[in-house]
Design a protein around this ligand. Structure first.
Ligand code: GTP
Ligand code: MG
Length: 478
């Protein structure tokens, strides 16, 4: 099979590790039948982390193996021991990778080498029963499960990051120039193959006054053909790769023998393609080279069109990728331009920066109450559904605790405002139960259990995340 070696788009399936389960455990002490709770918290799940790495040049590995998982957190255990954190899954991606959701919205841009993005955070570890002890509940008999994190799908798109993008007709000599200018491959040979995939070359363009080298990254993209911007040619798929080049180098073939082509006309076609793709491209710094001046016809042609191009405001250099004529001047000029524009993104390494965390949309969505056909009230909220999924609500203690937490978070009040009354069915995620907001009618033990949920200081963060106002009537309960 003919496997692609350059892939600049792919879909990946990412999933952080689930959190580890909290533990239910009680201290064992001589002469004390049931010591205090000492079940530790579960460990946090590992995250899937993307790292922009200059050594990776294509999305081909992700295209072949698109399922990325991180490890789950370990379970908590007795004596207050916290479970191990799940290992992260570190994925190296090319510098210039844009992360999008399936609707095409850009979520993150790994445009700087060393940038890290947490694309799938791990689940929270469940709290052990030790964490649920408070003045209303001295012997909690339940612990949270670890948070389960669902898989999500992301679209990755690579836009190469280079200083100079070479654009031109097929066979204008772009690859020959990149090969000749880049330090990596000094040997030049006849190269009859058309470029099918973009690639980068690094050119040493001299030194700054302080002695630091000026490195210029060149992007060689497949030749553009008329109509490329509308998808007719080969090149349109690759136009995105010059979208981030700060300088555009138009490579014009001065030696072309085709009757309907000349450098001025070629340039017009190229500019038309670029404009159609993205008009902002034409605001970039641009330089024109007339290539192949080792050929006598090309010398004639170059002297004929040079004036026209210059009149139109283009800076023009004559070069030959074969004989090497004019290449020193080109190298110098490109170095100057890039240096003027400031340091390259490519070498602007930001290793110690805080990683960006991508959270699924809907994560921060407000709580909604929906009425179902059968008259039940459904609480729609990722966060609240997660609370429910993490608690063993078949345990009466845990169920009451959840009720208290929801009172404190204002969910009960929202239900009442939506018309829910004592005895109505409330549904959250997979569970349903009879609504009982009147806690004063409960047996004392149950009432205490609800108050314990309501008074839990450790829930403050979760409740703040939910963003609902704490009930004003809470004051009255105390
Ligand atoms: N005589 C002469 N031939 C050249 C010169 N530069 C490139 N060529 C030849 O032109 C042909 C095309 O060169 P490439 O460098 O592959 O052209 P390209 O612009 O990369 O072409 P695509 O990848 O198809 O877009 C090859 O046969 C080269 O040897 C030059 O300065 N003088
Ligand atoms: Mg080429």
């Amino acid at each position: 099979m003919n496997a692609p070696s350059f892939v600049d788009e792919c879909t990946v399936h990412v999933r952080g590790g689930d959190g580890g389960a909290g533990s239910v455990s009680f201290r064992r002490e001589a002469h004390v039948p049931l010591g205090g709770p000492d079940g530790g918290d579960g460990g946090e799940g590992g995250s899937v982390v993307f790292l922009a790495d200059t050594n990776v040049t294509s999305l081909v590995d992700l295209h072949r193996a698109p399922h990325l998982r991180a490890d789950r957190g370990g379970s908590g255990s007795g004596q207050g021991r916290t479970g191990a954190r799940g290992d992260d899954r570190l994925v190296r991606v090319p510098v210039g990778t844009i992360v999008r959701d399936l609707e095409g919205r850009a979520l993150s841009d790994l445009d700087v080498a060393g940038r890290r993005v947490i694309v799938a955070p791990g689940g929270r570890g469940g709290r052990g029963n030790r964490s649920f002890a408070n003045r209303f509940r001295r012997i909690p008999s339940f612990a949270e499960r670890g948070e389960h994190v669902p898989e999500s799908m992301l679209r990755l798109e690579l836009r190469l990051i280079a200083d100079v993008g070479l654009v031109g007709y097929p066979s204008a000599g772009k690859s020959s120039l990149v090969r000749r200018l880049s330090a990596a491959t000094p040997r030049v040979e006849a190269w009859p193959f058309t470029t099918l995939t973009p690639h980068l070359g690094v050119m040493r363009a001299g030194d700054r006054p302080d002695g630091s080298p000026i490195d210029v990254v060149l992007a060689d993209v497949p030749g553009l053909i008329e109509g490329a911007a509308e998808g007719r040619g080969l090149g349109n798929r690759f136009l995105r790769h010059i979208s981030r080049c700060r300088v555009l180098l138009h490579v014009l073939d001065a030696g072309t023998a085709e009757p309907d082509r000349d450098p001025v006309r070629d340039l017009d076609v190229l500019l038309g393609e670029l404009e159609e793709h993205d008009p902002a491209l034409l605001t970039r710094r641009q330089l024109v080279v007339l290539n192949k001046v080792d050929l006598p016809d090309a010398v004639t042609m170059a002297s004929m069109v040079r004036g026209t191009l210059e009149e139109r405001g283009f800076e023009v250099l004559e070069v030959s990728a074969v004989s090497g004529v004019g290449l020193d001047a080109l190298r110098f000029r490109l170095g100057q331009l890039v240096d003027e524009l400031g340091p390259s993104l490519e070498v602007d390494i930001e290793r110690d920066g805080e990683p960006v965390v991508l959270r699924p949309l809907g994560h921060a969505a407000p709580v909604r109450i929906e009425t179902e056909e059968d008259g039940a009230f459904r609480v729609v909220s990722d966060r609240v559904e997660r609370w429910v999924a993490m608690l063993p609500v078949e345990e009466p203690g845990a169920a009451r605790y959840l009720q208290g937490r929801m009172r404190r978070a204002g969910v009960e009040r929202a239900l009442i405002a939506a018309g829910a009354r004592q005895g109505d069915t409330v549904v959250i995620g997979d569970i349903e139960w009879a609504f009982r907001p009147e806690i004063d009618d409960l047996p004392p033990e149950e009432r205490e259990a609800v108050l314990a949920g309501e008074a839990d200081d450790q829930d403050a963060d979760l409740i703040a995340e939910l963003g609902l106002e704490v009930d004003e009537w809470r004051e009255g309960i105390r």
